[in-house]
Design a protein around this ligand. Sequence first.
Ligand SMILES: Nc1ncnc2c1ncn2[C@@H]1O[C@H](COP(=O)(O)OP(=O)(O)OP(=O)(O)O)[C@@H](O)[C@H]1O
Length: 233
Amino acid sequence: MIKVRDLSFEFRIGKRGKEKQIPVLKEISLDVKKGEIVTLVGRSGSGKSTLLHLLSGYLHPTKGRIEINGTPVEKFSEKQWADFRLQNIGFIFQNFQLIPSMTAFKNVELPLVLKGVPEKERQSRVHQMFTQVGLEDFLDYYPSELSGGQQQRISIARALVMNPPLLLADEPTGSLDSETEADLLNLIQSLNRDKGITFLIITHDQNVAKIGHRTLVLKDGKLAQEENYAFTG
Ligand SMILES: Nc1ncnc2c1ncn2[C@@H]1O[C@H](COP(=O)(O)OP(=O)(O)OP(=O)(O)O)[C@@H](O)[C@H]1O
């Protein structure tokens, strides 16, 4: 599902002529197979979010190759990325990133509107998603009227409404209490088991890391399999 080869990335900061390079990822290779949950850990600043941004086209590699769902993407234009993301990748963020002025229904419907899906089909697909995440009674609520756990479920419904094969998550339970976190991890595991959705999840949290079939550690710009990684907090 994800194939990364010799991927390097450096940020460039400072004025032209006096630019400074900050290497973040150094010739990383990585495979995530279809149907896997892979969790990615590493110290703050180790480059986890940078890797996710490279995998979703918000940053472009300095060097190396990225293949997602069989398609080489590293040379994509912005337009190609936008189309590709809509079809292939769902996103879940720590702070949910729902649109506050739209109801839960409208938030989940949005990707379908962007894709030009006809209204009747939109209605039925959105309702189906709300059933799947267990929030059928909250269609007309605004994000501010929902709990953190409910908002995250809505954001998962939005991430899945286009049926993407891959979900990328950045600290998906970072804003949730431990009970709500456990519920959400169950939901992620059942989506993986029942629908075969592949997950790559960044986390600082041992409970989240544990749901991975594999855990990778990012350290000094390189990736390694987990070996007694010491979680903090
Ligand atoms: N826009 C930027 N310009 C320059 N350097 C940046 C930029 N964004 C991030 N960095 C640097 O890149 C490195 C990796 O940052 P990144 O956000 O990917 O780490 P992270 O592992 O996701 O951290 P955290 O766990 O705290 O979210 C850090 O040293 C950071 O300072």
